[in-house]
Design a protein around this ligand. Structure first.
Ligand SMILES: [Zn+2]
Length: 398
């Protein structure tokens, strides 16, 4: 399938070092981006679907790097079906599992956590609710797992590992497990802050510095923050990715954003929601956190977008999150919300408003065009300009 977006007002690349791309057109073919910026008339005319962006802003599909996946499009924690499709209507085109810890009766023995991670990875390998891409299967690091166990599941396709919910006496015990998971080639993540559920202990700067995961999960607290003095140590003394989550402490999110920018560590600053959890289901969570850091921590709005897209992709080694030729074709059109005081999406984010979503394209396929069922309406009209396939993208069924 070939899809084009024309008449784009601003293109945000997702790459924080070079956050804008000149031009007004994006062409996608067979799930990949063919060109960004300009395209010849023939390249656009040969498309199955052409979307008129109406002068709105194109950004890479948002990546939520902290989603509590279980199985199917269902969250046992909030007893709700269809939440992932709802997240797509919040502009999230990629969801990364924070481990399948919410599966009812989840196992804690070595064979059990291996089987759980592998089953989750397989169940979402080709299943895309509403069009969202889900990277599931994050093995819960438990005492008793060996390096051979981790190598075995890594060979079978599991590439995420989570420290924080194992039956350890102290979090320092995660050190050898995280090291073994890294050796097996996995991206390792570690709970940070006060305990999130009864039975798990607080994890603070001393633990993070000793264990050295790739990602400090919800460094701002999930939902309870670690001591303020520990943020500067993790920012300045390590190269660990600094993940802030919507369902956490907002004050320390802003503290961490300022520290990361001042320390030249902005490329490690990434955004997730840490939902669905006790805090609820938050389809617009990434949009809120982008608006919070842009409006309250004086981060440029395009840099807030990069933290939720290209920077997440780099940390998690994904081939999306950046609008460039050859990348996976995940594109979102955003605009100033109708009836607000601002005229562009980036100005609205800077102002503290969440952006309105006008269209979501994943794997080069339009999932809806015109309006999201979850955000306010866009100010400018996004519409299908031409369509050669028998499908209605208007989403009027919502
Ligand atoms: Zn979490």
């Amino acid at each position: 399938m070939r899809t084009a977006i024309v008449n784009i007002g601003t293109i945000v690349s997702g790459n924080w070092k070079s956050p804008f791309v000149a031009g007004d057109t994006i062409v996608m073919a067979d799930g990949r981006i063919e060109s960004v910026g300009t395209a010849g008339a023939a390249a656009v005319e040969s498309c199955d679907v052409v979307i008129d962006a109406g002068g709105t802003t194109a950004i890479p599909g948002l990546i939520d790097s902290h989603v509590h996946i279980t199985f199917g499009d269902y969250t046992p924690r909030q007893r709700t079906v269809g939440y992932l499709e709802s997240y797509l209507h919040g502009g999230i085109t990629t969801a990364i599992s924070a481990s399948e810890v919410h599966v009812p009766g989840r196992p804690s023995d070595a064979e059990g956590v291996k089987a759980l991670a592998l089953a989750a990875q397989r169940c979402f390998a080709a299943y895309r609710p509403g069009g969202i891409r889900v990277h599931a299967g994050s093995i819960i690091l438990e005492p008793g797992l060996t390096g051979d166990d981790l190598t075995e599941v890594a060979r079978k396709g599991v590439w995420l590992a989570k420290a924080g919910f194992g039956a350890v006496a102290t979090a320092f015990e995660y050190g050898p497990l995280v090291a073994a998971a890294k050796t097996a080639g996995m991206v390792t993540t570690m709970h940070t802050g006060g305990s999130s559920i009864p039975g798990s202990g607080a994890i603070t700067g001393d633990h993070i510095l000793a264990v050295r995961p790739d990602v400090s999960f919800h460094i701002n607290g999930g939902p309870t923050a670690m001591p303020d003095r520990d943020f500067e140590r993790v920012v300045r003394e390590t190269d660990i990715a600094l993940q802030v989550c919507t369902a956490g402490n907002l004050r320390t999110t802003l503290l961490c954003a300022r520290l990361a920018r001042e320390a030249g560590a902005w490329d490690r600053f990434i955004i997730g929601t840490d939902t669905p959890t006790g805090s609820g289901i938050m389809p617009l969570g990434i949009l809120y956190t982008m608006a919070h850091i842009a409006s309250l921590a004086d981060i440029a709005p395009e840099q807030a977008v990069c933290a939720a897209t290209g920077s997440n992709a780099r940390v998690y080694r994904l081939d999306t999150g950046v609008l460039a030729a050859g990348k996976e074709a995940d594109v979102v059109l955003i605009d100033a919300p109708d009836g607000g005081t601002q005229t562009t999406a980036l100005a609205a984010i800077k102002h503290g408003d969440i952006a309105a979503i006008g269209a979501v394209v994943t794997a080069g396929v339009p999932r809806f065009v015109g309006r999201s069922r979850n955000t306010p309406a866009t100010t400018a009209k996004v519409r299908v300009a031409s369509c050669r396939i028998p499908q209605d993208f208007s989403g009027t069924g919502h």
